[in-house]
Write a protein that binds this ligand. Structure first.
Ligand code: AMP
Length: 391
């Protein structure tokens, strides 16, 4: 059974064709620069990378090219081999407690959440609509970044702000990266041979969040109403006193929206180092003694550890910390320094395992709390949900 997993952004569309239940990938790719004359479409198949440039002015045409490409490159012989399309949707609000089969009503419900995710949900809807038009007879499923966190209780998800903001405007913490946190924590429970394990997942990519998972359920997570809250990221500040908005708007003659943009796009690694949002550059900078790159790294580690300490107490214990996503999977320096700071919890790093890549335990065999690298796989989670709902 072939399932297409899709992640549509405002100017990009990532896709992966998987065979289920084997969970093997036939082809994957991305359309970039949608809306431009020189958009790029890339297919990766059988270890080969095929890149073409087209004028792709909208998602509808991007989807047509993806489907034509799947046939042209031999991933499928005919369209009826595709048995389901799974779409990543960023914000499911309190409406969606689980993934759903997409209907006209579901599309309208997702649209009703646009206020909560103005940068993401409209793009996700554009992708859904384009695929529904191109493949009208194929079941389509929405998989939300937020549903895994819908198990948080009020003490964890409510802000200590006027309660009416929650009642009237749904202001609360939703959390994101849910598919990744779920995939990694499920894998950790298998590696620990303990479905009741207390696990912390550190999803450290260009966007980054921490999640506390107790017995398979998300009990707290660092992102909030939007992905801006929590630990600092490539270009996002993470937690900051909201009074900064007013101060900087006044000093730099900016609107609150513009300052918010600075906190989303010019902060984090980029803001502190002054030269890059990429952890590889930050680590290079650290190694050559650059003061601000070193500071960006130290702030990052401190803030990650702040959450780990808090979640350790909130869960009343910890069995494992898991590192995932671009930085978590590839940057031994971050893992080393986070684990070093966790020493009081009884965790011991295996220095040589930490230098390696791929799924593995990176704590010593007698470490009380275990540490793992677990490469995330959001596409497989989307495909699994697609199979579950279309079978
Ligand atoms: P993601 O958002 O999960 O795709 O992660 C992207 C980020 O991972 C990049 O911006 C880099 O900061 C980081 N990254 C990717 N590869 C490496 C690497 N080999 N070493 C350190 N960091 C990496």
């Amino acid at each position: 059974m072939k399932i297409l997993a899709v992640n549509a952004g405002s100017s990009s569309l990532k896709f992966q064709l998987l065979v289920m239940p084997e969970e093997s990938v036939i082809t994957s790719g991305i359309v970039e620069r949608i809306g431009w004359d020189d958009a790029i479409i890339t297919f990766k198949q059988n270890g080969q990378k095929i890149t073409e440039t087209f004028q792709i002015l909208n998602h509808k045409f991007a989807v047509e090219l993806v489907i034509q490409g799947l046939i042209k490159h031999g991933a499928i012989q005919s369209l009826d081999e595709i048995k389901g399309v799974g779409h990543r949707v960023v914000q499911g609000g309190e409406i969606f407690k689980t993934s759903v089969l997409i209907t006209d009503e579901v599309v309208e419900q997702i649209r009703s959440l646009n206020d909560l995710a103005p940068l993401h949900n409209p793009a996700n809807i554009t992708g859904i609509e384009a695929f529904r038009k191109a493949l009208p007879d194929v079941p389509q499923v929405a998989v939300f970044d937020t549903t895994f966190h819908q198990t948080m209780t009020e003490d964890a998800f409510l802000y200590a702000a006027p309660y009416e903001w929650y009642q009237k405007y749904h202001v609360r913490k939703y959390g994101f990266h849910g598919t990744s946190h779920q995939y990694v924590s499920e894998r950790a429970a298998v590696l620990l041979n303990n479905p009741k394990a207390k696990v912390i997942v550190a999803h450290l990519g260009n966007g980054a969040s921490i999640c506390a998972v107790d017995g398979g359920k998300s009990v707290d997570t660092s992102m909030g109403l939007t992905p801006l809250e929590g630990i600092p990221m490539g270009t996002r500040s993470g937690n900051i006193d909201p009074a900064v908005l007013m101060l900087i708007a006044g000093k730099e003659d900016k609107t609150y929206g513009e300052v918010l943009d600075d906190l989303n796009k010019k902060s984090g690694y980029l803001g502190v180092s002054g030269f890059s949002n990429d952890s590889r550059d930050i680590i290079d900078g650290m190694n050559r003694g650059d003061y601000r790159a070193t500071l960006a790294h130290k702030i990052q580690v401190k803030r990650i550890v702040d959450y780990i300490g808090s979640y350790y107490l909130y869960m009343g214990g910890l069995d494992a910390i898991c590192f995932t996503a671009g930085i978590g999977e590839n940057a031994p320096e971050i893992r080393r320094d986070v684990i070093k700071a966790m020493k009081p919890l009884g965790i011991e790093l295996d220095v040589s395992e930490n230098e390696k890549r791929g799924e593995r335990m990176i704590s010593t065999p007698d470490s009380k709390v275990k540490a793992f690298i677990i490469p995330t796989n959001e596409e497989v989670m989307i495909a699994r949900e697609c199979v579950r709902l279309t079978a």
